[in-house]
Design a protein around this ligand. Structure first.
Ligand code: TK8
Length: 336
């Protein structure tokens, strides 16, 4: 009897203490880092994500955004997430390849032909499989955002043919596929974090870079780059990540808040990015960039050279995943 009362009393005390704590509990503060400016597609979608988290959690969870790589480059933030020193980030899948080799699938040149194919692949079983591989490395991937089709800029000359790339010092992401791809094209490829790119272009430490129109615009690369060549050589996704250490401490409801808000931000982000990309070329022209398209023959030559890295990517990400990707793409294309 005595013992039962005691247990009940202890249980009551614990429950009361728990309730009191829940009442004056501080909102869970989530540091969310990203590399681009606040006035970019990345910044705008982060804002939507933050608003949605606040709304869905009734103010109990709060996103604190840190733009312009103020918490570090993609690679540095990934490490902070793995160690548990930072809760969330969004960044390029390409900079994750050193952690999860399957991410290199998204670096495959000319893998998808349009945004519809990209969405189907990323949001379907292949995208899920690649995302799931992060967990064993201490990261949780929520959703993919669109970075976009990448295009080439430089300050030396208009690139009209493959040979024009000769000797151009070109910044690439910290990723071997990109390094190999552009070396294959004859450029002098140098890996560099995005956060150092503007000043590297400005000081002429490098001659060029490649990124989607949106980023060329929002990061003001047009101020330090004269030539833009439309190459659309690869579709680049961003991925919204959570530290697994942090994630594992959340309740089921809290996890659902983050996931649902992430989905909402993804839908907003893709539309916003596509709307902006549709107008960006005209904007870049107005800012003084000289824009050229490759002739079909030169585009085919470049494509042929670039896709030589495909066999290596397939071997790296695993043949099963590679074949599944190709099969889904074939299915999507047959459906049209
Ligand atoms: C931003 C980067 C950027 C990427 C790059 O942190 O590094 O060129 O395209 O979006 O992830």
């Amino acid at each position: 009897m005595q013992r039962r009362y005691l247990i009940a009393a202890v249980a009551l005390a614990v429950a009361t203490f728990g309730a009191a704590q829940a009442q004056d509990i501080k909102p869970r503060l989530i540091r969310f880092g990203y590399g681009l400016n606040e006035q970019s597609n990345q910044g705008r979608a982060t804002k939507v994500f933050a608003e949605e988290v606040e709304k869905l959690s009734g103010g109990k969870m709060k996103i604190r955004p840190f733009g312009a790589a103020s918490l570090g480059s993609d690679v540095q933030m990934q490490q902070a997430l793995i160690g548990g020193a930072q809760e969330m980030m969004v960044g390029s899948t390409a900079t994750l390849v050193g952690i999860t080799k399957e991410m290199a699938l998204w670096d495959t040149p000319f893998l998808v032909n349009n945004a519809k194919e990209a969405d189907a692949l990323l949001d379907g079983p292949v995208g899920e499989k690649v995302k799931a591989k992060l967990e064993e490395k201490g990261l949780v991937g929520l959703v993919y955002w669109e970075n976009g089709f990448r295009n080439l800029t430089n300050n030396k000359r208009a690139v009209n043919k493959l040979e024009d790339l000769d000797g151009i010092k070109l910044r690439v992401m910290q990723n071997n596929v990109f390094l190999d791809s552009f070396k294959t094209l004859g450029a002098n490829a140098v890996p560099l974090p995005f956060s150092e790119l503007f000043s590297a272009l400005e000081t002429k430490a490098v001659d060029g870079q490649e990124n989607p129109y949106n980023t060329i615009l929002s990061s003001k690369f047009y101020e330090v780059q004269k030539y833009l060549t439309i190459t659309n050589h690869v579709y680049s996704p961003w991925i919204v990540l959570v530290s697994k250490k942090y994630w594992d401490g959340l309740s089921k409801d809290e996890k659902a808040v983050l996931m649902n808000a992430a989905k909402k931000s993804r839908d907003f982000e893709r539309k916003d990015t596509r709307d902006e990309a549709a107008k960006a070329l005209a904007d870049l022209k107005a800012k003084g960039m000289q824009i050229n398209e490759l002739s079909p023959t030169e585009a085919a030559r470049m494509r042929d050279k670039l896709t030589r890295v495909n066999a290596g990517i397939a071997a790296n990400v695993g043949m099963d995943l590679w074949h599944e990707t190709q099969a889904q793409l074939a299915q999507l294309r047959a459906r049209k």
